[in-house]
Design a protein around this ligand. Sequence first.
Ligand SMILES: NC(=O)c1ccc[n+]([C@@H]2O[C@H](COP(=O)([O-])OP(=O)(O)OC[C@H]3O[C@@H](n4cnc5c(N)ncnc54)[C@H](O)[C@@H]3O)[C@@H](O)[C@H]2O)c1
Length: 260
Amino acid sequence: MLFGKTILITGVASGIGARTAELAGQMGADVIGVDVREPPERQASFVKGDISTPAGVAEIVRQLPMRIDALANVAGLSGNTGLKATLAVNFYGLRALSEAVAPRLREGGAVVNVASIAGYGWRANIERAKALTAIEGFPDAGLAAKHGLKDEEGYPLSKELLLLWTMRAAHQPLFKDRAIRVNAVSPGPVETPILKQFRAVLGDERVDSDITRVGRAGTAADIAPAILFLCSDGARWINGANLATDGGLEASVNAEVLGF
Ligand SMILES: NC(=O)c1ccc[n+]([C@@H]2O[C@H](COP(=O)([O-])OP(=O)(O)OC[C@H]3O[C@@H](n4cnc5c(N)ncnc54)[C@H](O)[C@@H]3O)[C@@H](O)[C@H]2O)c1
């Protein structure tokens, strides 16, 4: 399904992005990797760049080919570097890159956003999410004070915004007019370097409770096929959706929250 396709993948130096790049290559895709860090192993096509600023995004896009089949937005921060940095990478930078890459995506192409079960609260916090996704480009320095946001809210908030924007973008003319699908994949806890940081930010109890609900933590190899399926033409009628890729964690949380 990916043979001969050009797939742009961010976050390829580690964890889920690294495995997604490896699997896409095994499936016959030409992978262009992006990361702020050099990958430990040399990759055929790699762009070193930082998605957290307008200049960083522009510099990455300048180095990309004119025709790309799919963009997998995997790069992310855990929240341990503060709210501003986390929102800049996990939402505003991701959105800026997607919008800048859109004209190079072929008609019928795809954008896949790696969100998280941590964004589960988007419905409960919809007014805040609407206000923060309405900001164009990158927010100014006064964002946290203006909206009363705390540092520890950075990670879940970034994923709430991402889930809301995924649905919006599916109907945004920039993507929709050329039949570019925009979807999300939401993992639960996954054994990658970021998980140790989640333990520090969220506490062991929360992470262990999520793992206990589904029997084990996920692996990068559990998440990569879901991302690549949504990148492929096999997902041609899936748009604006969020695919929980979490061993049943979201179903378990729904049962608890909705009391069934
Ligand atoms: N591991 C988990 O438990 C888990 C759970 C749910 C969602 N996720 C999401 O999955 C995605 C991948 O996480 P992971 O587990 O592979 O983590 P990871 O830390 O192993 O990889 C993240 C990658 O993103 C890159 N990155 C960070 N800031 C960047 C920037 N400014 N520009 C470009 N690249 C940047 C890092 O260098 C790193 O290689 C993230 O969006 C994360 O929020 C992870």
